[in-house]
Design a binder for this molecule. Structure first.
Ligand code: AMO
Length: 459
């Protein structure tokens, strides 16, 4: 007999089927045993009666193949929470495909601390609510890809072993490359720029690595970077328009395909208002000062508490839970960032904050070869390190720019997760690669801070 997915069994009332899956839970009621069988499509109730003999040895997470008849449940036994809640399968034969040891916690009503959740990741990912996080992440990534393709962007695969650091400030993982030096890419930045010189519009969904030496609720050492870059922009404002389209579509698509998952978290999609408001960093700092009397007006970046305050402001004034902040100081942004011609102390770059956390960074880039060379020298970086990248500019690069959206961060903000690690399948940080590490000074003998000066601060 061919296997049928749990969700499909509703079409087989009074017919015999074979289903396969894991035991999500077991309930014994005298001589009757109820099993909730979980497969990739959902849950199906299995009833083992008149004698429970067939289910005698079966425990949670056993992998079963069950044959039997699909029958309508008595009305008072309907379960509106399940898509198969009006039916059940009366087991006639149960074949154990794999046994499972007793779990260290209740997987169905998972209530464990974050470290335990991550220590047991191969199992805790089986929980329905945890799975929902990654369905949302997958849909957000699909939506990004679809929007990019619809807008004429070509997809590329970025290298992750690179010869130089690009983002500075945020630290870089050094690797011993056949007795030479190489790094794990902090961003596909230089490659997406190079490829604007080839394809005009380009995007990638890739891995980026940051040797973050501290444990925060916002930073991973490996994250999913959704990057876009485009040439022939009329203004840096075009980039924010594109970014806004991407974000709007992500929320629209999640609204269409992930209602069930959002409901599990009692989450609502962030409101954007008619247009996402845009403020310069200095303007934001003035507003924050007026609202709180907290004076961070001389700070070169928005502090995390400022990001939260400006979110409250945007929500109250514009009905938007997102806000673009632009014009960060030139000396605090990477070397490729375009200074504002009206005030070169500040850049034509922006962050997009969602519910008080930065989820996107972007901006116009310096596309003039001579200016780029001058800027690299001014920052005391070595031209020879950038010779390869500079070819793209030496031989004609249109006005261009782009942005990057952190996948885990947007999911964190949508679902109001406490920690960005919850939005990473297998999160890495200073204290964990799958399993907890014993962090000692010895562990980081090779970690180098980027040689690039004057770059974005890590918040
Ligand atoms: P930036 O360094 O701001 O910019 O990174 C872009 C976006 O990536 C996400 N992000 C992170 N997510 C989790 N853990 C981290 N450690 C981490 N670091 C960054 C954030 C952030 O907004 N090259 C530029 C982008 C550009 O200008 O196109 C860059 O990498 O969501």
């Amino acid at each position: 007999m061919q296997r049928v997915l749990n969700i499909e069994t509703i079409k087989y009332i009074n017919k015999n089927v074979k289903v396969c899956g894991w035991v999500n839970s077991r309930r014994d009621h005298g001589g009757i045993v109820f099993l909730d069988l979980r497969d990739r499509s959902g849950i199906l109730q299995i009833v083992v009666t008149p004698t429970a003999e067939l289910a005698k040895d079966i425990k949670n997470e056993y992998v079963l193949e069950i044959e039997g008849k699909i029958q309508k449940r008595p009305i008072k036994m309907f379960n509106p929470e399940l898509e198969t809640g009006e039916i059940e399968l009366k087991a006639e034969n149960i074949n154990i495909l794999a046994k499972a040891e007793t779990l260290p916690f209740d997987l169905k009503d998972l209530n464990v601390s974050l470290p335990v959740l991550l220590d047991y990741r191969p199992i805790t990912l089986r929980n329905k609510k945890i799975q929902a996080i990654f369905k949302i992440e997958e849909e957000a990534i699909n939506s990004f890809r679809k929007t990019m393709k619809d807008l004429g962007f070509a997809e590329f695969q970025a290298p992750t072993i690179v010869p130089v650091a690009t983002e500075g400030g945020a630290e870089v993982f050094h690797i011993d490359y056949f007795n030479g030096d190489a790094y794990l890419a902090q961003s596909p930045q230089l490659y997406k720029q190079i490829l604007v010189g080839v394809f005009e519009r380009i995007f990638t969904i890739t891995r980026a690595y940051r040797a973050e030496p501290s444990v925060t609720t916002r930073h991973l050492t490996e994250y999913i970077s959704l990057d876009a870059e485009m040439g022939f922009i009329n203004s840096w404002q075009d980039l924010m328009d594109f970014c806004e389209t991407v974000i709007r579509n992500i929320f629209l698509d999640l609204g269409k395909s992930c209602q069930k998952e959002l409901k599990l978290f009692s989450a609502t999609l962030p409101k954007l208002g008619e247009k996402i408001p845009r403020l310069k960093m200095k303007e934001a700092q003035e507003i924050i000062f007026k609202r709180t009397q907290r004076d961070n007006r001389e700070s070169p970046d928005l502090e995390p508490e400022d990001e939260k305050e400006i979110y409250e402001f945007a929500k109250e004034k514009y009905g938007s839970e997102l806000i673009f902040i632009s014009h960060y100081p030139t000396k605090k942004r990477p070397f490729y960032t375009f200074p504002d011609p009206k005030d070169p102390e500040y850049t034509l770059s922006f962050d997009l904050l969602c519910r008080g956390l930065e989820i996107v960074t972007g901006g116009q880039r310096i596309n003039d070869y001579e200016k780029l060379v001058k800027n690299i020298k001014k920052r005391k970086m070595k031209i020879k390190d950038f010779k390869f990248y500079l070819q793209a500019f030496k031989y004609g690069m249109p006005p261009e720019g782009g942005f990057c959206l952190g996948a885990e961060r947007i999911v964190k903000q949508i679902l109001d997760l406490e920690n960005v690690r919850e939005a990473s399948l297998f999160p890495r940080d200073m204290a964990r690669i799958d399993q907890r590490l014993s962090v000692s000074k010895k562990r980081n003998p090779r970690r180098k801070t980027s040689s690039l000066s004057g770059n974005k601060l890590k918040k």
